[in-house]
Design a protein around this ligand. Structure first.
Ligand code: TRP
Length: 465
């Protein structure tokens, strides 16, 4: 407590700690928020959130998710952006720049580099499916199919030895292309169109869902908490989902923070980004869950869930093929802006710490991701026996990265900010832009005590008990 008050006093008396930044900045304030929203909003919201809500029993999980956002997600988002802007470097360089001399905190940075590969390799599989759905709806294959027909379609597309790989390669190649062009030129421009587009389309879907027979039951299931089913494992799933959806725990947000302009208001931006991310997730849940009930689809369907439910709703609308094409095109773009932020973590590291040229770094990292994504795709399709630690390979990557590596990375980053670099410096960095940081005290209590204890407790008990 004393340390915190001391920090607070120090913080109020300090000037700017940060290094002047000569890196590429985002062109406008809106551009930065949009790009970061572009990183946060992706398959995590539209694909992963409804799937974990369905698997974890609905309402109680949703509440737990909200609590984890307030308790862990938002404070960590502020912390990562601040660290990134102050350090002005990639994930490893940030720690080298900001840690006391001769301490090896930069080793923390290696964990996220591993997580990047794991996340990207199953992310590319799902994005590849999304591309396959663009193609199939263009060819008129999805139109008119019943829910069972759509289940069969998903099984046959994902079960093929050819199609998933075509989707993946295409997706990874475009991601690499954007990263080569550079973060700012590559994404800032079109995220501004993309995000509103996807939001509007989700709203249309939501309204249509409300009128489906049986949808009401699903809405109730989504909102009514049944705390009986909660366990520490559910809490671990909720924390994993927060980290995944907010792009936290592995340096993506740190890397984006390093491109943030000096006078940007970090807490306010964090609030916007979190609200947008949460909004898209909730909206997707409100579409997918009632649809499950209306069409009698099992909540335990797994990763293919949205590829069955969403076309099923489109098929109840006139011009269903058109809607399906537009939707999966937008989803693919949303996945792209997220994948770019994942790959950029690797690439910024290779460029700044290893002096590799940008194009070479991006292509090399993309190639390794593609190799890792092959077994992930096979385990969801033709080679279901590809299993590790009791999970199929795809789920193994997802579980290990989202529920272990990201929270662990987040824990180390938060400890670094709270106790090594210090919340006083963080506070000075935040207010150096001109607007005072009004929530400094509650934020530092969260960052130094609540967040680390909560993550450590949930990780240990969720994994071992
Ligand atoms: N947040 C993105 C999504 O919801 C995925 C993502 C992008 C991510 N960057 C990340 C996840 C960094 C973890 C870490 O789809």
């Amino acid at each position: 407590m004393f340390i915190m008050i001391f920090d607070y006093l120090r913080y109020n008396n300090t000037g700017v700690f940060a290094l002047p930044s000569k890196r590429e900045n985002f062109g406008s304030r809106l551009g930065f928020v949009m790009a970061t929203v572009g990183s946060a909003v992706g398959l995590g919201n539209v694909w992963r959130f409804p799937t974990v809500v369905a698997e974890n029993g609905g309402g109680a999980f949703v509440l737990l998710y909200l609590a984890m956002i307030l308790l862990i997600g938002l404070p960590t988002m502020i912390a990562e952006l601040t660290l990134g802007r102050a350090g002005s470097r990639n994930i490893v360089g940030v720690f080298k720049n900001l840690s006391p001399r001769r301490q090896k905190w930069w080793l923390i940075g290696l964990l996220p580099l591993l997580a990047t590969f794991m996340v990207l390799s199953f992310y590319a599989v799902v994005a590849g499916w999304s591309i396959l759905y663009v193609a199939s709806s263009l060819l008129g294959i999805t139109a008119g199919l019943s829910a069972e027909g759509l289940e069969e379609l998903f099984a046959s597309l994902s079960g093929s030895y050819l199609y998933p790989f075509m989707g993946q390669i295409f997706f990874i190649a475009v991601t690499v292309g954007i990263v080569v062009v550079g973060v700012r030129k590559g994404i800032e421009r079109w995220v501004k169109v993309l995000m509103p587009g996807i939001f509007i389309l989700l709203l249309v879907l939501f309204v249509r869902t409300l009128f489906l027979d049986g949808a009401l039951e699903g809405l109730v299931w989504f909102f009514r908490p049944d705390f009986g089913g909660l366990s520490v494992n559910t809490a671990l799933q909720a924390v994993g989902q927060v980290f995944f959806s907010f792009s936290l725990g592995m340096g993506a947000i740190i890397t984006y923070g390093s491109y943030l302009a000096r006078d940007a208001d970090i807490p306010l931006n964090s609030l916007y980004i979190s609200a947008a991310d949460l909004g898209v997730a909730i909206l997707s849940g409100l579409i997918v869950i009632p649809t499950l009930f209306a069409f009698g689809i099992s909540p335990q369907t797994g990763p293919g869930l949205i590829f069955i439910t969403l076309p099923a709703i489109f098929n109840t609308l006139p011009w269903s093929a058109l809607w399906t094409v537009i939707f999966f095109t937008l989803l693919t773009f949303a996945a792209l802006t997220s994948a770019v932020s994942l790959l950029e973590v690797m690439v910024a590291y290779l460029i700044e710490e290893r002096n590799w040229p940008r194009a070479f770094s991006a292509a090399g990292a993309g190639f390794i991701v593609f190799i890792a994504s092959i077994p992930a795709a096979l385990s969801q399709g033709p080679v279901k026996s590809l299993r590790l630690a009791g999970l199929d390979f795809f789920s193994f990557l997802d579980f290990t990265a989202s529920n272990i590596l990201l929270p662990l990375g987040g824990l180390l980053i938060i400890i670094f900010i709270g106790w090594v670099w210090g919340t006083a410096r963080a506070g000075a960095e935040i207010s150096s832009g001109g607007s005072p940081f009004r929530w400094f005290l509650p934020w530092s209590v969260l960052v130094r005590i609540v967040v680390p204890l909560a993550i450590a407790y949930i990780l240990v008990s969720g994994l071992f008990f």
